[in-house]
Design a protein around this ligand. Structure first.
Ligand SMILES: Nc1ncnc2c1ncn2[C@@H]1O[C@@H]2COP(=O)(O)O[C@H]2[C@H]1O
Length: 455
């Protein structure tokens, strides 16, 4: 059955609504235009960040065919115009976030944000605070600053209006209602990427193009993330899953969306065609490397290079590989942040998992691993994630940096945080035992003593 529905203003995330007996509407981001699937689950196709425009256009078209054919050009024009307004508001320092109530940023806030930027290369950079100080514009503000301090604007002769327009689009295309996969995560990964790029081992070898690619890929690597994972998209037969043949579905979408925004903004239009094509391809290869399913492939290659001591950063291919690794590290570095920051990311990512699990439960789909709030506790998820993903990767990264001061700081946080989660898991299991006395009382865990002083 084909069904078109017009729904309220954007609220992000994914929501279900029963339409008919056995047809469910799944709303992603509350974009107005929905795709229909006769298998029972309907998923929304995301077409940009400005649903009020979508809705206005779509409401004037009651039949799906008409919407598709008659307004495509108009829609595109309006989206661009809307984005243009957004970018120019950003340029004037106005807040783009609450439509109809634009305020000037308080000078004190800007002063504090500027002060934070002077320490943007420190590992304890508090991205949550920075996001509040910039009124939700952490990604745009951070990227503009980094492009400036890295000399990229000058080197690539970038047009500032186009740059703002592009970054505004990227930031807006992150779903602000995702607890984890939102623009603050992108800003966090970008800040981490900057720290890695500045590692002596890399800084000496990277070209301006490498730095440009590393920062751009970090900023855009999760753009338009729907807040659910690939298995969810596959089992609900989302059109992106079939478009990308069930392989690196989200990452492919992040990349292609980025390319679309690059072209729409015209940011690279002054560069020779072969150069902008190369940039698009390299961005793809970097963003696709963040597919967590490819973790082992990258880890094995990195280990081989380190064992054989054959990494030659004068070679473009080797620099590209190490940029992929750096981006992968940045993407999963939250357990290496200091406890207060790390804990927030852990809770956010688990909240996103649980929301997915709740939807799966509600609609009788199999609950995905780690997504069952009733059985998968935050501490248990964290210990698993640290043990199987983060530790193995960062151990090799530490070897690569020989080891740098930053690597040692990150490993220090990682071990402390893991011990802390162990302690919390123990407390959690103990509480479960008290509630369900038939469950055997847990033994104190290895990390417990180490974690005594951690809240
Ligand atoms: N603190 C964390 N705990 C558990 N999983 C995490 C954590 N941080 C990141 N991840 C996972 O790591 C994945 C990296 O790729 P994704 O962004 O697709 O999705 C991310 C999450 O599924």
């Amino acid at each position: 059955m084909i069904c078109w529905m017009f729904i309220g203003p954007r609220c992000g995330g994914v929501a279900f609504k029963w339409l008919e007996q056995n047809v469910i509407q799944v709303r992603m981001l509350a974009d107005g235009r929905l795709n229909a699937g006769h298998a029972g689950v309907l998923l929304a196709e995301r077409r940009g960040s400005y649903p009020p425009i979508d809705l206005r256009i779509l409401k004037t078209n009651s039949r799906p065919g008409e919407v598709e054919s008659g307004t495509r050009r108009k829609l595109k024009r309006l989206l661009s115009f809307q984005r243009y307004c957004h970018a120019s508001r950003l340029l004037r320092g106005l807040m783009p976030h609450t439509p109809g109530s634009l305020h000037l940023l308080d000078d004190d806030y800007l002063g504090q944000a500027a002060h934070m930027l002077s320490k943007v290369d420190t590992w304890n950079f508090d991205i949550f605070l920075f996001d509040r100080l910039t009124n939700g514009n952490s990604l745009v503000t951070l990227m503009c600053h980094l492009f400036n301090v890295c000399g990229l604007i000058h080197h690539f002769q970038l047009d500032m209006v186009k740059l703002h327009r592009f970054l505004g689009m990227v930031q807006e295309d992150y779903h602000s209602h995702n607890p984890y996969h939102n623009a603050v995560h992108a800003a966090d990964v970008t800040q981490a990427m900057y720290c890695y790029i500045k590692e002596t081992k890399l800084a000496e070898q990277l070209t301006p193009l490498d730095v440009f690619l590393g920062l751009m890929a970090a900023a855009a690597h999760d753009v338009d993330h729907p807040g659910v994972n690939q298995p969810f998209l596959i089992k609900t037969r989302h059109h992106l899953a079939s478009l990308y043949q069930n392989t690196s579905v989200l990452e492919s979408h992040h990349w292609r969306s980025t390319v679309g925004m690059l072209r729409e903004s015209g940011l690279l239009s002054h560069l020779p065609a072969d150069m902008s094509q190369d940039i698009e391809q390299q961005l793809g290869s970097l963003i696709l490397a963040t597919d967590i399913n490819r973790q082992n492939e990258f880890l094995i290659t990195l280990r081989e290079h380190l064992d054989n001591q054959d990494m030659d950063l004068q070679l473009a291919t080797h620099r590209h590989f190490i940029l992929q690794i750096a981006l992968k590290c940045a993407d999963v570095c939250n357990p290496c942040r200091e406890w207060e920051l790390s804990r927030q990311w852990s809770e956010r990512v688990c909240e996103e998992f649980y929301r997915q699990g709740d939807m799966e439960r509600k609609f009788d789909l199999e609950i995905s691993p780690l997504c069952d709030q009733q059985t998968d506790s935050v501490p248990a998820i964290q210990i698993g994630f640290i043990s199987y993903i983060v530790e193995p990767l960062f151990e090799e990264w530490q070897r690569f940096t020989e080891p740098s001061m930053l690597s040692q700081i990150m490993m220090g946080h990682l071990h402390k945080n893991k011990a802390c989660w162990s302690r919390l898991r123990y407390v959690h299991t103990l509480a479960e035992t008290k509630t369900h006395p038939h469950v055997e009382e847990p033994e104190p865990e290895g990390g417990q003593e180490e974690a005594e002083d951690i809240p």
